[in-house]
Design a binder for this molecule. Structure first.
Ligand code: DX5
Ligand code: ZN
Length: 221
C-alpha cells in the first residue's frame, strides 16, 4: 500500500492535490502541533474538509502532545486511521481504545530512536504500527535504514500469528529506499516529497507500489 503524504502538497490547493494521487491506498495527513515536534501544519478543520474532498481513506499521523485529548475527534470526524506517538502518552492503550470506540483504526508510531520491545505487548490493541524512518517534523529528510530492524521484528510476530496489524513506514521513502523497506516486511509506505515532487504523482504512486511488490515477492521470509 502507498500513502502519499500531503505535507509535500500545495496546501492552498488540497482538493486538487488529493485528485493528483488518484489510486493511492491511503492519504497520509501529518498533524503537527509545534510542541511534540518543532513544526506546525494543520488540524481537525482541514481534515474535516479533506474528508469531503476525497474518497481516499485518510491516514492521520498525529505528531502532537496529549493525544488522549486530541486524537479521538479525528476518528469521530471519519478518518480511517488515527496514529499517535508512543512518546507522547503514558497510556497508549487507553488512547487506542478511545480511537477504536470512535470508529477508526488505531495506530502507534515510534520515533527512530525509540525501541519497539517495550511496546510489543500492547501492539495487540493496535491496527497499525508506524515506524518513523526520519525524525518526525519535516518532509524531505534522508531515510534511516537502522529502523528496519523494528519493522522486521514486528513483521515476524505478524507472520507467526502473534500479532495482527499493518506495518507502515514514514520518512525518506522513494524509489531507492522502498525496496529495502518492502524486503523488511513493511505493508504500507508513506511518501511525501517522492510523490508530490514529481510531474505525475499518480503515476509515481503506481511505480512505487510495483517496486515494493516486486521486492517483497523476491524476499523469502
Ligand atoms: C515527517 C512526516 C512524514 C513526511 C514524509 O514528520 O511524518 O509523513 O511527510 O516526507 P518524505 O516522504 O518527504 O520524507
Ligand atoms: Zn507522517
Amino acid at each position: 500500500m502507498i500513502a502519499p503524504s500531503i505535507l509535500s502538497a500545495d496546501f492552498a490547493n488540497l482538493a486538487a492535490e488529493t485528485r493528483a494521487v488518484a489510486g493511492a491506498d491511503w492519504l497520509h495527513v501529518d498533524v503537527m502541533d509545534a510542541h511534540f515536534v518543532p513544526n506546525l501544519t494543520l488540524g481537525l478543520p482541514i481534515v474535516q474538509s479533506l474528508l469531503k474532498a476525497t474518497d481516499i481513506p485518510l491516514d492521520c499521523h498525529l505528531m502532537i502532545e496529549d493525544p488522549g485529548r486530541w486524537a479521538p475527534p479525528y476518528a469521530e470526524a471519519g478518518a480511517h486511521n488515527v496514529t499517535f506517538h508512543a512518546e507522547a502518552t503514558d497510556d497508549p492503550v487507553a488512547v487506542a481504545r478511545d480511537i477504536r470506540a470512535a470508529g477508526a483504526k488505531a495506530g502507534l508510531s515510534v520515533k527512530p530512536g525509540t525501541p519497539i520491545e517495550p511496546y510489543l505487548e500492547i501492539l495487540r490493541d493496535f491496527d497499525t504500527l508506524l515506524v518513523m524512518s526520519v525524525e518526525p517534523g519535516f518532509g524531505g529528510q534522508s531515510f534511516i535504514p537502522e529502523v528496519l530492524a523494528k519493522a522486521k521484528a514486528v513483521r515476524r510476530l505478524v507472520d507467526s500469528g502473534e500479532l495482527r496489524l499493518l506495518v507502515e513506514i514514514d520518512g525518506g521513502i522513494n524509489a531507492d529506499t522502498i525496496e529495502a523497506a518492502a524486503a523488511a516486511g513493511v505493508d504500507c509506505f508513506v511518501a511525501g516529497s517522492a510523490v508530490y515532487g514529481t510531474a505525475d504523482p499518480a503515476a509515481t504512486v503506481a511505480a512505487l507500489r510495483a517496486r515494493a511488490a516486486a521486492a517483497a515477492a523476491a524476499t523469502a521470509r
